[in-house]
Design a protein around this ligand. Structure first.
Ligand code: SF4
Length: 363
């Protein structure tokens, strides 16, 4: 079968998993204006923005020959739990005969997970599957570590674009791995790529650190969030996202006693403001803002996709957290109308504000 997946963040990881299991992988193109147009045109108008982009991404993968799509499911009271069914029906109505394999959290549907695992195992043994998952997990952990480092270095790079070029190289290095030994070699090679980036030395108290929180898709997919990390980095701010793929795996796929997920601490920090899981990552959003404030970050950018109710709720709570923790937060709504110039201007003004605040505090 020709397999594809929705484009989100570091796609090397999903690609590697399917490749190592022996599938012919059709890589979906990087989301573009065409992806957005296809998704918007074929989705219900009231659907949330990520649903539309992912649909556009599926259509482009199908056009390239994909016959099977593999994705993770969602749960909770927002639309995430219906993505699989909604996408499946829309694609069917469009005349595409596609097998959509949706991995819901295994704790919620053990039998469904076993059935899906059998499908993607592709006749390999359980031992081989375990080894493959181990390779991909270690790869995700290492790549996230490298990406976090790049998100800090970008603020101080001497030569504009060095960090982006380094990240491209790192992804290529990890794209070539075939076994655990290769992961170790890739880590060493990537570290030396990052060590080669020349940076300006800035005194610690003058550094600006900004967290990015919000719904997972718009936080992780840079082509949809107008490369917000790069905008912030190029304006001199260190960045950290609330979502990384390895942390998602820790919380959603691994037993707690193995992974000790960071997300549990974050949920505890959000408990005071949102008691229940209200869907998406709203509770994590408020928990992460508290976490960033406690860790001394200078500000937070909150990304909210169009028609996302959970993030609308977290947005309404943000002023209370801002007052309590004295941390500036800017909310950026993201949809197909969002313009780059608008985002750049708002981020520039936001950074001016937090830099002035910091200067007054230091003086
Ligand atoms: S969290 Fe928001 S964007 Fe994501 S599925 Fe739920 S409603 Fe849609």
């Amino acid at each position: 079968m020709k397999v594809s997946f929705p484009y989100m963040g570091t796609t090397v990881i999903y690609k590697k998993l399917l490749e190592l299991l022996g599938h012919e992988v059709i890589e979906p193109p990087v989301p573009s204006q065409r992806t957005i147009d296809l998704g918007v045109k074929n989705s219900p108008e009231f659907a949330c923005y990520p649903l539309k982009i992912i649909l556009g991404s599926y259509i482009e993968a199908i056009e390239l020959g994909a016959t099977t799509l593999v994705t993770s499911g969602g749960h909770g009271p927002c639309r995430a739990g219906f993505y699989g069914e909604t996408h499946s029906r829309i694609l069917k109505n469009m005349g595409y005969d596609i097998d959509l394999i949706v991995f819901d959290a295994y704790k919620r549907d053990i039998m469904g997970t076993i059935k899906n695992v059998r499908k993607i195992m592709n006749g390999n043994s359980l031992f081989y599957l375990w080894e493959t998952l181990r390779i991909v997990y270690l790869m995700a952990k290492s790549m996230d570590k490298m990406e976090k480092k790049i998100q800090k270095l970008r603020a101080y790079e001497v030569c504009y674009g060095d960090c982006n070029r380094a990240w491209e190289k790192v992804q290529k290095v990890f794209n070539d791995i075939k076994n655990i030994e290769d992961v170790k070699k890739a880590k060493i090679k990537s570290k030396s790529i990052l060590d080669d980036i020349k940076v300006i030395k800035i005194p610690e108290p003058e550094k600006i650190r900004v967290g990015i929180v919000g719904e997972i898709y718009v936080v992780m997919e840079k082509s949809i969030n107008l490369k917000i990390e790069e905008i912030l980095g190029n304006m001199g701010a260190e960045v950290e996202r609330s979502q990384y793929i390895s942390e998602w795996i820790d919380y959603n796929l691994l037993p707690i006693w193995i992974s000790k997920p960071h997300e549990l601490e974050i949920l505890k920090k959000g408990e005071k403001y949102i008691k229940e899981i209200i869907g998406g990552h709203a509770k994590q959003t408020v928990g992460h803002i508290v976490d960033y404030a406690e860790r001394g970050f200078d500000g937070v950018v909150h990304l909210m996709p169009f028609a996302c109710l959970p993030e609308l709720v977290s947005q309404s709570i943000i002023p209370a957290i801002t007052n309590e923790y004295n941390i500036p937060v800017i909310t950026l709504p993201i949809d197909e109308q969002t313009g780059l110039a608008n985002v750049q201007t708002r981020i520039e003004a936001f950074l001016d504000l937090i830099k002035n605040k910091k200067r007054i505090r230091i003086a």
